[in-house]
Design a protein around this ligand. Structure first.
Ligand code: HEC
Length: 461
């Protein structure tokens, strides 16, 4: 290259580079260019009409009044909610923000939260109608329930109601989503599958009278007795599966098997059992929950099976002493009787729940942490989708280790002076590890695990 031309080329390159750089630095951070793509990816699943968050973040008009609050919530990492220990496992639904994204949002707010150029705006996300996360192919209506404005000690016992599935042939469903119409009074809605039996009456409430003291606390049970609210005992509902999908505070109920190429078989004549727990909040409302299914186009290679890992629930083994800040529950355990791939995990405890660790112990004794939730929060009962399924051979154990804080330092603790027993109300405690797994499509849920001594586990199709 000739010397002068080289200098010229070099200086042009330098001026282009630095000119571009200077313009970039001066260019303001805008909603359309910088912020909206982050909101679409990390926030809108909850922040849009019909979802659990209080305001929509679909548009500039929606988001602008919240700019300061948005900055505050993202720099403190309160939003998006995500409670997993980042050093354990990788999760495909991890919506937590990169530091760079937090910096962009903060810069946008600091520079006046401007909208920017319309041509920078990404295409709007096509969210499904009606508040669904996934547009269902088949919808089953749940029972209508009038929830009173108040109740004694605010207790309405859990109840279950069976409804026909409306599926008249064997159907592989590839997602399940539960939608309450009155989230403000909904403590949980879970759906269960059950082969139809002659004893069941559609629309009828099945529930247990629970003996409670004058504060509404279930009286402690004797050793060996399970929670009075363990409703499986009712004859008509004896074959109901574990919860297949649940709406819980902070948990979006969608169980989506499609990305894993899996599905769940609903045999013809299956009924849908709704488990409903309402908490009055001062105004009478009528809840009309619905459950939506997508239907697999073809038979999948793998079947999705849900497993609940629990420890003992009787009063002798499960009693959290008053004031105790770090009580370790007897561990939950399930021994696998099949090769499985673990794909989804979710801890469930109540207001004293502090942490839960999920581990697998392989037949050779090797231990692996699957998920650690070091600061469990009842208000954010998230499900964690493993980015890569963990292959676990037959003979392995899944173990859950949970701690509870019954001290005054737990700001959610309704009464640190009480010994707390296992029970279904939020002021009682639970310790359940929900596990989603894939098995060969020929394997039935009942074949997946063997019950371990001193622990409980239950699997369902
Ligand atoms: C899993 C669902 C979910 C996701 C994802 C989520 N939010 Fe939220 N957000 C909520 C809910 C529910 C509330 C109300 C309860 C609360 O404030 O804790 C909330 C509250 C907020 C608030 C406070 C509103 C107020 O009343 O002061 C802000 C600000 C916010 N979210 C911003 C965001 C931003 C920004 C993102 C994404 C970066 C995001 N959220 C992601 C569910 C979510």
């Amino acid at each position: 290259m000739e010397h002068r031309q080289f200098i010229w080329t070099l200086s042009l390159a330098v001026s282009l580079f630095s000119g571009g750089g200077a313009a970039g630095a001066a260019e303001p951070t805008t909603f359309n260019k910088d912020v909206l793509p982050i909101l679409q990816r990390n926030c809108q699943a909850c922040h849009r009409p019909g979802q659990i968050a209080p305001m929509s973040l679909l548009s500039y008009e929606n988001a602008r009044p919240w700019a300061k609050a948005i900055k505050q919530k993202v720099i403190t990492r309160q939003m998006p909610p995500w409670n997993a220990d980042p050093t354990v496992g990788k999760f495909s639904n991890d919506s937590s923000l990169q530091q760079m994204e937090i910096d962009l949002i903060a810069a946008w707010v600091d520079q006046g939260a401007i909208e920017g150029d319309a041509k920078d705006r990404p295409a709007l996300v096509a969210w499904p109608d009606g508040g669904w996360q996934v547009q269902p192919d088949h919808i089953v209506k749940g029972p209508e329930t009038k929830v009173p404005a108040s109740a004694k000690n605010n207790v309405i016992e859990w109840f279950r109601v069976a409804m026909p599935s409306g599926l008249d042939k064997d159907t592989w469903v590839s997602s399940i989503e539960v939608k309450p119409s009155e989230p403000a009074v909904t403590h949980h809605i879970c759906v269960h599958l059950m082969p139809h039996n002659e004893d069941v009456k559609y629309g009828e409430r099945y529930w247990n009278e629970v003996i409670r003291d004058d504060r509404g606390v279930e009286l402690p049970r004797k050793k060996g007795e399970t929670a009075q609210q363990n409703l499986d005992a009712r004859p008509a509902l004896r074959d109901a599966s574990e919860g297949e999908a649940c709406y819980l505070p902070g948990l979006q109920s969608l169980m989506d098997y499609r990305p894993k190429g899996a599905a769940k078989l609903i045999p013809a004549g299956t009924d849908i059992v709704f488990s409903l727990h309402y908490t009055p909040n001062g105004k009478e409302v009528v809840d009309r929950p619905v459950v939506g299914f997508t239907i697999a186009k073809q038979e999948p290679a793998r079947r999705y099976v849900s497993l609940t890992v629990r420890g003992p629930q009787d009063a002798e083994n499960f009693a959290i002493p008053a004031g105790e800040a770090n009580w370790k529950a007897p561990h939950g355990e399930a021994v696998l009787d099949q090769d499985v791939e673990i794909v989804w995990l979710s801890p469930h405890m109540h207001l004293r729940g502090k942490s839960m660790l999920f581990q697998v112990i392989y037949p050779d004794g090797r231990k692996q942490d699957l998920l650690n939730v070091p600061r469990y929060d009842f208000n954010w009962q998230l499900g964690y989708e493993l980015a890569a399924p963990v292959k676990v051979p037959k003979g392995s154990k899944i173990i859950t280790t949970a701690y509870f804080d019954n001290s005054v330092n737990n700001k959610f603790n309704p009464d640190p002076k009480q010994t707390v027993y296992y029970g279904g109300m939020v002021w009682e405690e639970m310790s359940s590890g929900f596990v989603g797994m894939l098995v060969d499509k020929h394997v039935k849920a009942g074949q997946v695990f063997v019950r371990a001594a001193q622990a409980g586990a239950h699997a369902s199709e």
